[in-house]
Design a protein around this ligand. Structure first.
Ligand code: AMP
Length: 422
């Protein structure tokens, strides 16, 4: 599936190409056509799945097309509510990136900073507003924000809004926007209160979710190394002393993390390159062809950047950081051991990642064998032995999600969110 099939307009396609996006992620593949038909959407997706583009692209395209045909009244046409300042900034940056060849104006508002620059921007005119709920209400009360011409509303990370105590603010805002609108609702989990809110604000929504893969490739020999976060770098260098690791694809959770690993490896004299969303398409392709030609020994990738990477004869996958979405683990290790060839997957697990490991064990229905025989083995108190892992209760309500309509794929949405840095 390529973006061509999604009927996107040329300026958006051009922007995506310059971002280096070639293939839509599953959430994009499912959401974009629905949203372009102006339907409401209930999406189950976490940060890291590409959900921002899944709503930002159709919003840009629809608003652009509307403007072409009828110059509507001025004012905010699309509002994206999101719980944190970091998310707000990144969503706004996504609108900038995907909308760079369009004339739509966007702005971001969040609390904790003086309001002046935000109100200046609002006065100048905004089509797409990204906001955290508290500051938005505040500026609405001061009449800097008027939402009477709103056409599209996005509620991003709805469950986190609930966790952070913003749900009342969100409800107040929704009560003040036009009832006739397109509504997009994203949540990683569907606790009862969130499900109820979705029911009240969506009209005949199309539900989208990504089908989890079911099994781990049997041809991949897997192991886990318990190691303190600070020792991961040393452990990686230690493992790479083994010449039988001809090439390794190393996974990091964030772009910064990936860059850091490359720096550490390069300093130690190991040829390594990173592949992630901040790299241009050209840089990514160069990194990939160097890796395929075995000019670089280690390719360090983030999950989304690694999509579509197909390297023959890849002997090792190293999970420098475990993924918070257990299915991602399966995708990662599936890069090796292709077509019956044997592959090896090594996973580092620090104290904070134990819960991720236990989610992975549940999904693959087995316990990955532990390698304790290494110089950085984490032995301190509080570190459960691997056989205890499977019996660990799920400790936080977010991890189980409770009563919801996405139960069958609940695992996919469980787990803590990773830092949104990717
Ligand atoms: P999100 O889940 O929206 O936070 O997106 C996670 C990361 O994936 C961001 O860094 C995006 O720039 C990147 N991304 C989103 N869609 C794609 C795509 N189709 N191809 C490559 N990268 C993408």
């Amino acid at each position: 599936m390529s973006f061509e099939k999604l009927n996107l307009i040329e300026p958006v396609m051009r922007a995506l190409a310059s971002e280096g996006y070639t293939t839509p992620t599953p959430i994009q593949e499912q959401s974009i056509p629905v949203l372009l038909q102006r339907k409401d959407l209930l999406g189950c997706a976490q940060t890291g799945t590409g959900k921002t583009a899944a709503f930002a692209i159709p919003i840009l395209q629809l608003l652009h097309q509307d403007e072409l045909f009828v110059k509507g009244p001025d004012g905010i046409k699309a509002l994206i509510l999101t719980p944190t300042r970091e998310l707000a900034i990144q969503i706004d940056e996504s609108f900038r990136a995907y909308g760079k060849h369009l004339r739509l104006r966007h702005a971001v508002i969040f609390g904790g900073v003086p309001q002046r620059s935000q109100t200046d921007k609002l006065r100048a005119g905004v089509d797409i507003l990204v906001a955290t709920p508290g500051r938005l209400l505040d500026l609405m009360d001061q009449r800097f924000v008027k939402l009477q011409n709103l056409k599209m509303l996005v509620l991003d990370e709805a469950d986190r809004m609930l966790d952070m105590g913003f749900i009342h603010d969100v409800k107040k805002i929704i009560a003040r926007v036009p009832a006739k609108r397109q509504t997009i609702f994203f949540s990683a989990t569907m606790p009862a209160e969130i499900s109820k809110l979705a029911d009240t604000i969506l009209t005949n929504p199309v539900r989208v979710e990504v089908t989890p893969p079911s099994s781990t490739a049997n041809t991949v020999q897997q192991s886990v190394y318990f190691v303190e976060k600070k020792d991961k770098k040393k452990l990686l260098l230690h493992l790479l002393q083994d010449d039988s690791i001809a090439t390794a694809l190393v996974f990091a959770r964030t772009k910064h993390g990936a860059d850091r690993v490359v720096k550490d490896l390069t300093q130690a004299g190991i040829r390594a390159e990173a592949i992630h969303g901040n790299k241009s398409q050209g840089a990514r392709q160069r990194a990939l062809s160097n890796f395929k030609a075995q000019k670089t020994r280690v390719l360090v990738a983030t999950d989304i950047a690694a999509r579509g990477i197909d390297v023959e004869d890849l002997s090792h996958v190293i999970n420098y950081e475990l993924p918070n979405i257990p299915e991602t683990y399966i995708h990662r290790i599936g890069r090796t051991g292709r077509a019956g060839a044997s592959g090896i997957s090594l996973s580092f697990c620090d104290a904070e990642e134990k819960a991720y490991l236990s989610d992975i064990h549940k999904l693959i229905r087995k316990t990955i064998p532990t390698v304790a025989d290494h110089p950085y083995h984490m032995t301190h108190v509080g570190m459960p032995r691997p056989q205890q892992q499977q019996r660990q209760p799920q400790s936080q309500s977010r991890r189980t999600g409770g009563n919801n309509s996405f139960r069958h794929s609940q695992k996919r949405w469980s787990g803590e969110r990773r830092e949104r840095n990717d």
